[in-house]
Structures are given as C-alpha cells and as structure tokens.
Design a binder for this molecule. Structure first.
Ligand code: SAM
Length: 195
C-alpha cells in the first residue's frame, strides 16, 4: 500500500539532508518503479535532471508509465546494472542507491565504486543510500566501505519507505574532496589570524 503524503514527506527529508538543489543532476541506482524519482524530478529539481537505472526491464516499463502519466520530461530511464551505468565520470551532483533488497554489504562494492566515479568531486556532491540491513553490524560495514572510498558520513536517519515493511535507514555521505580539504585549511588559517 502506497502512502502519498509519506512520499512527499520522505522526499522533503531527503532533499533537506542531502541539500538538493533545483538544478541538480541526480542518478538513482536501483530505481524500481521510480515513483520517488518522478516526484523528485517534478517538484525538487525542475531545472535539473534525474537518471533512473534499474536492471529489470519489467520495473522500467512500469516506471516509464508512471513518468508518462506524470508528464515529467527531465528524467530518463536506463536498463543497466547499477555497477556499470555507462554514464560519464563526474557527471552527477547526487547519487541515490536504492538497492534495498541487497542483504550482504560486500555485494555493494561495485555499486559504491560506480557511485564514486559518477559523483562530481565537489563538497556539495552527496551519496544518498537507503537500506534495510541490520542497523548495527551491517551499517557499520557500509560506513567502513564508504569511508575507505573517501566518503564522509553526514547523517544516518530512519527512512520511512513508501511500502509497508521492515525498518529502513537513510545514510547521507559527502565526498571528501582534496579541494575542500585545502579550502578548509585556508579558511582555518585565515580565522586564526583574527582570533
Ligand atoms: C527495492 S527495489 C527499489 C526500490 C526503490 N529504489 C525505492 O526506494 O522505492 C530494488 C530495485 O533494485 C533493482 N536492482 C537489483 N539489483 C540491481 C543491479 N545490480 N543494478 C540495477 N538495479 C538493480 C531491482 O530490479 C529493483 O527494482
């Protein structure tokens, strides 16, 4: 059963935590029927673009119907693996990983590597990761995998999905770019001169 006001609430929370900008380019890996993505494209990134990637042609057929019904044009759907999207390097402001069904964090390694490749190496780039794994051990493993790839974990929040089911989590991570590290050092040295 789908709760429509929950959809709005959840996308609003994601948008707030991940600092989504109206002109962002967003890729969603494991987009399923792409209901959230259609809503996101229409209401949150009207000047941006959402690319949905799902390995299942059946899911994508359903997603295309939802997109057409909603009249959303700033979105495309690709039938590809989340680990090999074929999208250009450094082309996305936000990457959403919605492969909620994956039970073993190690299976996510190729998808995390692809996410890292796709994200622009900028402090405003974010990885948004929704998952339903064991919140203790598994989320620790995921945080470790992200940290090893240069991501900084910003938020770990409950995620109230659109369908009834087990408790899910939403993790927001940013890319620790060298440029940002350098900028922080410069800012700190400037502040030190005044205090
Ligand atoms: C739980 S559903 C998606 C849910 C949707 N993202 C949401 O949050 O409502 C997981 C989706 O991941 C897709 N999927 C599973 N493995 C994948 C892979 N390796 N590459 C791309 N999509 C994959 C499945 O086809 C399925 O549509």
């Amino acid at each position: 059963m789908i709760h429509s006001n929950r959809l709005e609430q959840e996308i609003s929370r994601i948008s707030l935590f991940a600092d989504i900008n109206t002109s962002d380019r967003i890729v969603s890996l494991g987009s399923g029927i792409a209901l959230s993505e259609v809503f996101l494209a229409k209401n949150f990134v009207p000047n941006g673009f959402v690319t949905c990637v799902d390995i299942s042609p059946e899911m994508n057929k359903f997603a295309k119907k939802i997109q057409t019904t909603a009249g959303v044009e700033n979105m495309k759907i690709l039938t590809k693996s989340a680990a090999t999207t074929g999208l250009p390097t450094d082309s996305q402001n936000k990457v959403i990983i919605g492969l909620i069904g994956h039970q073993e964090p190690m299976h996510l390694i190729p998808v995390l590597n692809e996410s890292l490749r796709l994200l622009k190496k900028s402090p405003t780039s974010k990885l948004i990761f929704t998952f339903g794994l064991n919140p203790g051990k598994d989320s620790f493993k995921i945080c470790k995998l992200l940290s090893e790839r240069g991501f900084h974990i910003e938020e770990l929040q409950p995620y109230y999905a659109l369908f009834e089911g087990p408790q899910l989590f939403m993790l927001i991570a940013s890319f620790k770019s060298n440029l940002w590290k350098k900028t922080k050092l410069v800012l700190i040295s400037i502040l030190q001169q005044f205090y």
